[in-house]
Design a protein around this ligand. Structure first.
Ligand code: FE2
Length: 351
């Protein structure tokens, strides 16, 4: 079963995968109902479709939500159940059906992460069941037709994964090395990938950067920036990468409140941000934040305010942070009041 999005069939992207599988002699069924935010209902419908058709393998072709939907379908099939809602918090089962992930954006790194981000139909919350792809095929050719705005947002998600992996509570030397390379590649190639969509080198490097970002957060998880993107984003159907981009500059200054100087310095070094060897974590965080804001402007990223949201709209997500999986990784043990302060910073830092 090719698990994909209707637009990727219409524009001849997923059809290339279908053709390759058929050429190899396989019978292919297409489930093309995947949409942004990976709603649990779409996962459950996919389970019914797969089971009715005795599917014995899944190839997920698409952005992060589509790969996550494929993983969720596979998880339910492997557990022998009917709804992903029953399996948000179980240990990863043995894969009864193998799954190959083929990303068509360079962003989430979902092809490489051990989990899926699913939007629950009842609570509206983002849930994170554990399941990983058996094989990932990241082919930058499939990203050539991604529009500039989506390239920018997904690329900034890569930056968020890498910077949040370095600066959250779960220090991991291996993840740091991987994340720093992801940051370096993104700072060097994202603008070109936006401006010249068929630039082979830029697309290839961004596909690699996304993969590295996924690898980094597979080790450490994300931080408070993703908590904003995953709560406010779920409430308002904001593209994940865009929410992560808004949330990242303030994530750096939030981190500095807990004095994470070395982590911030490593992030700044990877980004090429000058901070004159300052000992002050906040000085380094502000230098990173300034560069991020300028970079986002250069890429034409719209602000929260320009999207029509008020600060009050944003603050409504503060109570939900505690339910977000990334929140526990944030430095400190943020209270709701601290989450509100963080949201205020997020709102005003990029306008
Ligand atoms: Fe992300």
């Amino acid at each position: 079963m090719v698990c994909t999005e209707k637009a990727l069939m219409d524009f001849g992207i997923a059809t290339q995968v279908v053709a390759a599988l058929e050429k190899a002699g396989l019978t292919v069924l297409v489930y093309d109902k995947c949409v942004a935010d990976a709603p649990s209902r779409i996962c459950d419908e996919g389970v019914v479709f797969a089971r009715e058709n005795k599917v014995d393998g899944i190839v997920a072709v698409g952005g992060g939500s589509t790969i996550d939907t494929g993983k969720a379908i596979d998880l339910v099939l492997s557990m022998g159940g009917t709804t992903i809602a029953d399996y948000y918090h179980v240990a990863e089962p043995e894969h009864k059906v193998k799954i190959i992930a083929i990303p068509t954006t360079s962003g989430t790194g979902s092809e490489n992460t051990p989990c899926a981000v699913i939007c629950d139909a009842v609570t509206g919350r983002k849930e994170i069941p554990i399941f990983r792809a058996d094989l990932a095929l990241a082919d930058p050719v499939l990203t050539y037709t991604v529009p500039a705005k989506v390239t920018a947002a997904t690329g900034l998600d890569v930056l968020a994964h890498c910077a949040e992996a370095i600066t959250n509570r779960n220090y991991n030397a291996y993840a740091n090395i991987v994340a720093k390379e992801g940051i370096r590649l993104t700072m060097k190639y994202l603008k070109t990938a936006c401006e010249k969509p068929k630039n082979v080198e830029a697309r290839e490097k961004m596909a690699l950067a996304a993969n590295l970002g996924g690898q980094a957060i597979a080790e450490t998880g994300c931080s408070i920036g993703h908590s904003f993107s995953q709560t406010f984003g779920a409430m308002n159907h904001i593209p994940h990468g865009l929410g992560c981009a808004w949330a990242l500059p303030s994530c750096m200054t939030y981190t500095a409140k807990y004095g994470r100087r070395e982590d911030l310095a490593e992030t700044a070094d990877a980004m090429g941000v000058a901070y004159k060897d300052s000992d002050d974590a906040m000085v380094i965080a502000k230098a990173i934040s300034d560069v991020l804001v300028a970079f986002m402007k250069e890429l034409g990223v719209v602000s929260i305010k320009d999207m029509g949201y008020t600060l009050e709209d944003c603050l409504k997500s503060a109570d939900l942070f505690q339910y977000d999986a990334a929140f526990a990784n944030a430095p400190g043990k943020p209270s709701v009041e601290e989450a509100r302060e963080y949201i205020k910073d997020t709102y005003f830092i990029y306008q």
